[in-house]
Design a protein around this ligand. Structure first.
Ligand code: ZN
Length: 538
């Protein structure tokens, strides 16, 4: 038998439900499903593992075909049987294959051959599903040739696709050599022919999964423990009123209703809104905040709903609004009490129908966004005055959180102040910042009309002025130390008491807050010192 006489079609028997090749069962298989399978395989196990699996599939196939060829025909020589490999590739429909070069010595067994393939089915299969490749894609053919020729010779022969049409050119070129002739050059490619130790791999994977589950359980516990001690964003919460707020916020996070947060300026409405978003099922999606009072009506409308190109002068291209940008996430509308009647109507429509319409657009589109709004104004009064739509208020206030002002949760001032100083140390790249004992008293007795924000500003002001990192009352803003409710001005006219105060504080600073020692230095009694200090704080 000579290789060019091979016509396998003559040997195939077709009968209903069975295709056979001299007793061996064959399948007719559609190419496009193989392409989908390959894509799935690459996505599931990665390209290198997919290459290994498909190469080995080809390897088994080539070995089986070689065994059949040996059984069916009496070959003129080993070389003739080996040369039948490209004929088989053609018959199987894998590619239009031909031998380019062939060198074979029987003693010692040395083989070197090059096979070229045009119109490879694997290239077509790969291109249809995955497009142009970076390198070789004819993994099954590579395996097939290796399996076939190795079986013929009874020793290891490996093929390597040195050029593939899937990446460039018109042909695929396969170079085959016996393992000794390959030497080190083939070491890397050999891994594609070796079976992965799946058992060990699966064991290793399940060990890693178990370990991750354990770590997850630990961190979940830690998180829960942190919540129990009522930490909000890493700050200890001591007051009962604010602890209640956090407990409620935790519950609110798991439901999807609209929420209104009310509270004085600076009381942390956005912080709570973000906390709720971060603990909600929407946490993977955006949290977008907008201050409604900061923008004039038309700009706010544009910001919220976006616009179509050409809808107004200067609208050069389509622009997406916050409602669309926050898709699946949360939108935070701060200062909601300040929005105009026109925006109120538009917002009501969003809440009623979950649909938005960009400026200049004829079509509406559905949005899936949780709305959290906030205000420091009394919306019920605004409704009574006819300035705010009642129906909108009902839609916004399905859930309601009222944030207590800082003066009603004085226990939280100190932990807050310390956490703010920690942040300032980082922000200002500064040395240690710490509160002088007298400062602690002042911070806790001041009324903080500007709430947490005012506390932040006061401490930043103090940190900038402090020369040694110690936050003494003398470096705090005068509004804080004069005891007025944040409106400074009077301070300038009380120069004498001011002087007295700063002198007392500088002495206290020198004595590290030791009042007995400070009183001694000031030549007054300790009780007088207390009275003076108390006076300053008021
Ligand atoms: Zn190829």
């Amino acid at each position: 038998m000579k290789s060019f006489n091979l016509n396998i079609a003559e040997l195939i028997q077709f009968s209903p439900g069975f295709i056979g090749l001299q007793g061996r069962r064959l399948l007719l298989h559609d190419l496009s499903t193989l392409g989908q399978f390959r894509k799935d395989l690459i996505n599931t196990v990665g390209s290198a593992m997919a290459q290994r699996i498909l190469t080995r599939k080809g390897l088994f196939w080539g070995q089986a075909d070689a065994a059949a060829m040996q059984r069916l025909f009496t070959w003129d020589s080993k070389a003739e049987m080996i040369k039948a490999a490209p004929e088989l590739i053609k018959i199987l429909g894998l590619a239009y294959a031909g031998i380019h070069s062939f060198e074979f010595d029987t003693i010692p067994k040395k083989l070197s051959m090059t096979i070229t393939c045009a119109d490879s089915a694997e290239v077509e299969e790969y291109r249809n599903e995955l497009g142009k490749s970076d390198g070789s894609v004819c993994w099954v053919i590579t395996g097939y040739l290796s399996g076939y020729v190795s079986y013929c010779l009874g020793s290891e022969v490996y093929f390597k696709e040195t050029k593939c049409q899937g990446a460039e050119g018109d042909d695929c070129i396969f170079t085959g050599k016996d393992i000794e002739s390959w030497g080190n050059e083939f070491r890397k490619d050999q891994s594609f022919f070796v079976a992965e130790d799946f058992h060990t791999k699966v064991q290793e994977l399940s060990r890693r999964i178990k370990e991750q589950q354990r770590n997850l359980a630990i961190s979940r516990k830690q998180l829960l423990a942190a919540k129990k001690s009522d930490l909000l964003l890493g700050i200890e919460v001591r007051s009962k009123t604010f602890q209640n707020v956090i407990t409620f916020a935790d519950r609110v996070a798991s439901v999807d209703s609209t929420l209104l947060i009310t509270g004085e300026t600076g009381s942390g409405k956005e912080v709570i809104a973000r906390y709720i978003h971060d603990n909600s099922p929407r946490k993977k999606y955006p949290f977008l905040a907008v201050n409604c009072s900061a923008l004039p009506e038309t700009l706010l409308e544009n910001e919220l709903f976006g616009h179509k190109a050409g809808s107004f002068t200067g609208a050069k291209s389509d622009e997406v609004g916050l409602f669309e940008a926050a898709r699946h996430g949360t939108i935070f509308l701060d200062e909601i009490g300040d929005i105009s009647p026109m925006i109120q109507v538009k917002l009501l429509r969003v809440l009623q129908s979950k649909e938005i319409r960009a400026i200049g657009d004829t079509k509406t589109q559905t949005v899936d966004v949780r709305v959290i709004s906030a205000t420091n104004r009394d919306l019920d009064t605004l409704v009574a005055e006819g300035k705010f739509r009642e129906d909108l208020l009902y839609r916004l206030r399905v859930l309601h959180i009222e944030l207590p002002p800082l003066r009603e949760r004085t226990e939280d001032i100190l932990p807050l102040a310390r956490s703010i100083l920690d942040k300032l140390i980082l922000k200002m790249n500064s040395r240690n910042l710490h509160l002088a004992p007298e400062t602690v008293d002042i911070l806790c007795s001041y009324s903080w009309p500007g709430n947490v924000r005012e506390l932040e500003n006061a401490l930043e002001h103090a940190a900038v002025l402090s020369t040694d990192g110690c936050i003494t009352p003398s470096v705090l803003p005068s509004s804080t130390t004069s005891g007025s409710s944040g409106v400074s001005g009077e301070q300038k006219f009380t120069a004498l008491s001011d002087l007295e105060m700063s002198h007392i504080y500088s002495i206290l600073q020198k004595t590290n807050g030791n009042r007995a020692k400070a009183a001694q230095l000031l030549n007054i009694s300790e009780s007088t010192l207390y009275r003076r200090l108390r006076k300053f704080k008021k």
